[in-house]
Design a protein. Structure first.
Length: 149
């Protein structure tokens, strides 16, 4: 089992990476980079790991990735559940009021929803950060060990 694997800008383009992610890759690494878990952890917040999973892993590596990520996915869903429930509870009355309001109620609705949205975003931030931190090294392991293209 190798501890690294080269990924090229040409491969990203061939696989359909968006212009923004390709440009980011080039700005950070040039035409290629040696993928390691440490590198992916360092750049966990920079790249679209979901795209990388869907487009750069073979079916075999994807299955290994999915198995490795199952506990993190479950933890992410569990961490999100209270925030989602709180968001639904906090927005229920605002949603009902909006439905009953006239066209001029749009601004009032946005003002009423702002605290609930802010609370939801704040509650979700740790779960999102933990999910990204788990995704980056899991993708790195799957990509490094995936010898199929």
């Amino acid at each position: 089992m190798s501890d690294s694997r080269i990924l090229t800008l040409a491969t990203l383009k061939k696989k359909g990476a968006c212009a923004g992610q390709a440009a980011l890759f080039r700005a950070k690494f040039g035409r290629s980079v040696e993928i390691t878990e440490a590198l992916c952890i360092e750049h966990a917040a920079d790249f679209s790991w979901r795209w990388a999973v869907d487009n750069l892993l073979s079916a075999t590596a994807r299955a290994a990735y999915d198995a490795a990520m199952a506990p993190a996915e479950a933890a992410y869903r569990a961490a999100m559940a209270p925030a989602e429930a709180a968001y639904r509870a906090a927005t229920a009355s605002a949603g009902a009021a909006y439905s009953a309001a006239t066209a001029s109620a749009g601004a009032a609705y946005d003002a009423a929803m702002a605290p609930a949205r802010a609370a939801y975003d704040a509650a979700m931030a740790p779960a999102e950060a933990a999910y990204r931190a788990a995704t980056a090294p899991a993708w790195a392991r799957a990509y490094i060990n995936d010898k199929q293209d």
